[in-house]
Design a protein around this ligand. Structure first.
Ligand code: SF4
Length: 369
């Protein structure tokens, strides 16, 4: 299949691995920001094929994993209301809140529905004028344009029984927070190619300069990842810290102007809490004043509630790249994809789920608590 098979060619992969091996003269720790890249790295065993001195650290770029428990609790509260049809992508139904998950609400009679697009939820609102339809709008810069466009459509069409529970987060402030952490070990970043497809690359050169770390825009197929790693290692060995685009077939410097225009119309930047990490200033979006009528938090007056994370779960450390999933004592025992204690075991992009799925079950390090 074009753009898949040709980016998984084993001969080219071996050639790139040889070039990485030749370039790396000392230990380097790189972070792939995106959960999709984490899954690809683990699935293809790329981290195990790399020379020993290169360590891949998994970053916080899984949208389901970083959605804070406080928002999940608000989703549970809104979804339980009899007048509400609560719509979400499937992954979010199993994410544990303080008191169960959306499946629990559904089993108790709540009208919780899985949709494949926010436009499906808008259509439900149009065809059910007597109900309140709420869409759970989470994710990074990648999912935000479709959600923004749906809210824009709802306003344009005057569909007043539609609202969105928003938890959108942004990559650049998360990178800054990781670099500011005193425990940070990251020396170079593979940037998320699909985020840059939307937003372009202009936000990253100042970050690379400020923190003196190379940043390479990278795709998701094995050869994309190996080329991103190779370019990052070459920069590190040469003492450079620049933003490079290794994914030019999808990413331009300016990104997608139409999507960015829609985002800046519908959203405004705000502080956001990240699950397991805490509040990062200016790290997310909320609905702008013009669209505030469509904010489900305002419409249903769900206030901040006290949240209770499982004390056994170390997903905050996993999301910051401070430990590997196998260093959590609950990994594969009390916490599995069937019975997840934390969001990083639920999501298809979560590092814990990736390690479990691809049988990375051995314990490493001394982090077991
Ligand atoms: S293995 Fe489970 S309990 Fe441990 S950090 Fe991952 S999600 Fe949390």
């Amino acid at each position: 299949m074009k753009y898949l098979d040709e980016f998984s060619d084993p001969v080219l992969a071996r050639h790139l691995l040889d070039r990485i091996r030749a370039a790396a003269t000392r230990r380097w720790a790189l972070m792939e920001v995106c959960g999709g890249q984490t899954h690809s790295i683990i699935r293809h065993g790329i981290d195990q094929l790399l020379p020993d001195q290169i360590e891949m650290i998994h970053g916080p770029g899984c949208p389901v994993c970083v959605t804070p428990m406080g928002i999940v609790d608000k989703a549970l509260e809104i979804a339980a209301r009899p007048e509400v049809i609560f719509c979400s992508f499937g992954d979010m139904l199993r994410v544990p809140g303080s008191n169960g998950d959306l499946f629990r609400v559904k089993s108790e009679g709540g009208d919780v529905r899985v949709v494949y697009s926010p436009l499906d939820a808008l259509e439900l609102a149009r065809t059910n004028p007597g109900r309140q339809v709420v869409f759970f709008g989470i994710g990074f810069e990648t999912t935000a344009p479709a959600n923004a466009m749906t809210v824009h459509q709802a306003k344009r069409l005057g569909i007043g029984n539609f609202s969105v529970l928003i938890s959108h987060v942004l990559v650049p402030p998360a990178i800054a927070a990781i670099m500011e952490s005193p425990r940070c070990r990251v020396q170079g970043f593979l940037l998320a190619g699909h985020v840059c497809t939307v937003m372009g690359t202009v936000e990253y050169p100042p970050l690379a300069q400020r923190y003196r770390v190379p940043m390479v825009v990278t795709g998701f197929e094995p050869l994309d990842l190996l080329e991103g790693i190779r370019r990052t290692i070459v920069q590190l060995e040469e003492g450079r810290h620049e933003m490079e685009n290794a994914y030019p077939r999808a990413v331009s410097a300016v990104g997608n102007p139409a999507a960015k225009e829609m985002l800046s119309d519908v959203f405004e930047v705000t502080d956001r809490a990240w699950r397991g990490i805490g509040v990062i200033p200016d790290s997310g979006w909320r609905l702008s004043e013009r669209y505030r009528d469509f904010d489900a938090e305002d419409r249903f007056a769900v206030g901040a509630a006290e949240t209770r994370e499982s004390p056994a779960c170390r997903s905050g450390e996993v999301l910051q790249g401070l430990i590997a999933p196998t260093e959590c004592a609950a990994f594969g025992t009390r916490c599995t994809p069937r019975h997840p204690l934390g969001a990083t075991m639920v999501s298809a992009e979560g590092a814990c789920a990736a390690y479990y799925r691809y049988r990375r079950l051995e314990r490493v390090g001394s982090g077991d608590a």
